[in-house]
Design a binder for this molecule. Structure first.
Ligand code: UD1
Ligand code: CA
Length: 470
C-alpha cells in the first residue's frame, strides 16, 4: 500500500557497539547475512519512502562505502546522544519539503513496512507532533519505558537509568522509531539540553519540549514486538538471527516448502523457494537465489546467488553463482564454482568440481572429475577421474566437448582442445590435440608385458616358488 504524504527518513547509525568487539561498525553486523542497516533501509523503501539520510559516526567511512550512494549521509563527529545525532541532519531536513520525518535506529533491524505505514496514518489523522512507536516485549530491561496514566494516555518515556521500581515493571518500551512533524522536530531539537546524568542530548526529551508548547504527542503500539529488538552484543545478535531464521522458515512452510527439521537451515531474506521443495538439515541458501519447485536440497548444502530450476536434487553440494536446470542432480560432495550452467537432467556425482563451464543436457560426470573453463555438449559422458587441464601455469584455456562424446576414465584434456561429436577418448589418454568427430582417440603408451620378469628379478622377498608344471 505504501505511506501517504510527503515523508523522509533519518536513520541513526553512528553508534560504536563496543560490546560486539568487532572491527566493523555495529550497523554492518549481519542478521541472516544482511547488515542490520540494510534491514532498516529495506523496510523504509518497501514502505514507499525514497528519501533517507543516514547519520554516520564510528567507522562511518566503511558504512559509506557499503551504502554506495543509496542515501544521503551526514556525520556525527562526537557521539553526544540520539538527540544530537538527529541534530546533524537538520540541514538535510531543512533542504527537504517533507512534512513528516521517520526516525529509526540502525541497530534495530525488525522495523517493518506495515508498522511504518500504520503509525504514519495515525500520526497524520491525529495531527501529532510526534508519534512514538512502542512495543510490548518480554525483557524490557535497558529500554526506555512508556509511562501511561490510568486511562492509558501517554505521559512520558523514562530511560532505564531513571526508572522507579514501579516503572521498571512496565513492559511497553520505546522502540527507538518515531514519526515527527518536521517543523516540530527542528524546533524541539533546538530546545533540548544535555543536562542529565549521562550528559547526552536525548531524542526522547523532544517530547517534553513539544508538550510545553501545547503540541500533541502520542504512542503507537505495534503488534510486531520484534520491532523494538536491537543487538548490542554478539549474544543478542545471535538471538536476532534465530528470530529472523525461524520467521523466514515459517514463511516458506506457509508457501508449501517442506522442512521436516529446522536444524541448521538458514535461508537469506532475498531467497525465493517454490512449493514442494524439500529442505534437509544444514542447508544454507543466501544471496538473491531463486529455487524452483519440487527440488530436494540438502543435507549439508550451500547455495549462494544462484538459480536452481524445478526438480533439482543437491545432496552435500557447494553451489555458487551458477544455474542448474530442471531435473539435474548432484552429489554427494560436489562443488560448483561461479559462472557455471548445468543443463537439464545432468547427473553429477561425488567429488566433482565444475568451474566457469557449461554442461549440456543429460551429460554425466558421475565421479572424481574436474571441469574448468569448458563447454560440454549434450549426452557427454565423463568417466571416473576424467578431467580438463585448463591452466598451464600462465594462462587458462578452454576445452570444448561436443554432443555425445565419451571421455574414458582418467583422461586429461589439455586445453585449449576440442573433442568432437560422438568421439571416443580411450581411458588414460592425455589429449593435447583436437579429437575429430566420430574418432577413437588414444593417447597413451602401448602396454608391454615382460614375461617371467618377476622370477628373474625376484623383487618380492617372500614370494613362494612357482611349482613346476607337469
Ligand atoms: C534509545 C532510547 C530508548 C529506546 C531505545 C530503543 C534515547 C535517549 N533512548 O536508547 O528510549 O528504548 O533507544 O533501542 O533515545 N546513536 C547515534 N549517535 C549517538 C547515540 C546513538 O547515532 O550519539 C544511534 C545508535 O547507533 C543507535 C541508535 O542511535 O542506532 C540508538 O542509540 P542507543 O545508544 O542504542 O540508544 P539506547 O540507549 O538504546
Ligand atoms: Ca540500543
Amino acid at each position: 500500500m505504501g505511506v501517504v504524504g510527503k515523508n523522509c527518513a533519518v536513520v541513526l547509525a553512528a553508534g560504536e557497539g563496543k560490546r560486539m568487539k568487532s572491527n566493523k561498525p555495529k550497523v554492518l553486523a549481519c542478521v541472516l547475512f544482511k547488515p542490520m542497516l540494510d534491514w532498516v533501509l529495506d523496510a523504509v523503501s518497501e514502505s514507499g519512502i525514497n528519501d533517507t539520510c543516514v547519520v554516520l559516526g564510528h567507522l562511518g567511512e566503511m558504512v559509506e562505502i557499503h551504502l554506495d550512494g543509496r542515501c544521503e549521509i551526514v556525520y556525527q563527529k562526537e557521539r553526544l546522544g540520539t538527540g544530537h545525532a538527529v541534530m546533524q541532519a537538520i540541514d538535510y531536513l531543512n533542504s527537504r519539503d517533507a512534512e513528516n520525518v521517520l526516525i529509526l535506529a540502525g541497530d534495530a533491524p525488525f522495523i517493518d513496512p506495515l508498522t511504518i505505514e500504520e503509525s504514519l496514518r495515525k500520526h497524520i489523522l491525529m495531527n501529532n507532533a510526534v508519534t512514538v512507536i512502542s512495543a510490548r516485549i518480554k525483557k524490557p530491561f535497558g529500554y526506555g519505558r512508556i509511562v501511561r496514566d490510568k486511562k492509558g494516555n501517554f505521559i512520558k518515556i523514562v530511560e532505564q537509568t531513571d526508572t522507579t521500581e514501579e516503572e521498571n515493571l512496565i513492559n511497553e518500551v520505546n522502540s527507538g522509531a518515531y514519526w515527527f512533524d518536521k517543523q516540530c522536530l527542528v524546533y524541539a531539537l533546538e530546545h533540548i539540553s544535555d543536562n542529565n546524568a549521562s550528559s547526552e542530548y536525548y531524542l526522547t526529551d523532544t517530547i517534553d519540549e513539544l508538550r510545553k508548547i501545547g503540541k500533541k504527542t502520542y504512542v503507537f503500539m505495534t503488534d510486531n514486538s520484534d520491532v523494538a529488538l536491537g543487538a548490542n552484543d554478539r549474544f543478542q545478535l545471535m538471538e536476532l538471527n534465530e528470530i529472523a531464521r525461524r520467521k523466514i522458515l515459517l514463511n516458506h512452510l506457509v508457501n508449501g516448502v517442506e522442512i521436516p527439521c529446522m536444524d541448521g537451515i538458514i535461508i537469506g531474506t532475498y531467497v525465493t523457494i517454490g512449493a514442494g521443495t524439500l529442505l534437509l538439515p544444514n542447508t544454507i541458501i543466501k544471496g538473491r537465489t531463486i529455487i524452483g519447485s519440487n527440488c530436494e536440497l540438502g543435507p549439508n548444502t550451500f547455495i549462494n546467488s544462484s538459480v536452481v530450476h524445478d526438480n533439482v536434487r543437491l545432496n552435500n553440494v557447494y553451489f555458487e553463482s551458477s544455474e542448474i536446470s530442471n531435473g539435474a542432480d548432484m552429489g554427494p560432495f560436489a562443488h560448483v564454482r561461479p559462472n557455471s550452467i548445468i543443463g537439464e537432467g545432468v547427473h553429477v556425482g561425488n567429488f566433482v568440481e565444475i568451474k566457469n563451464s557449461t554442461i549440456g543436457e543429460k551429460s554425466k560426470l558421475p565421479h572424481l572429475s574436474y571441469v574448468g573453463d569448458s563447454d560440454l555438449g549434450k549426452n557427454v559422458n565423463f568417466g571416473c577421474g576424467a578431467l580438463t587441464v585448463n591452466y598451464d601455469g600462465k594462462v587458462k584455456s578452454k576445452t570444448t566437448i561436443k554432443d555425445n562424446a565419451f571421455v574414458g576414465c582418467n583422461v586429461n584434456l589439455i586445453a585449449p582442445v576440442t573433442v568432437g561429436e560422438y568421439t571416443y577418448v580411450a581411458a588414460g589418454s592425455t589429449i593435447t590435440e583436437n579429437a575429430p568427430d566420430g574418432a577413437l582417440s588414444i593417447a597413451r603408451a602401448r602396454q608391454v608385458n615382460k614375461e617371467d620378469w618377476v622370477s628373474k628379478k625376484k623383487p618380492y622377498k617372500d614370494m613362494p616358488k612357482k611349482k613346476k608344471s607337469k
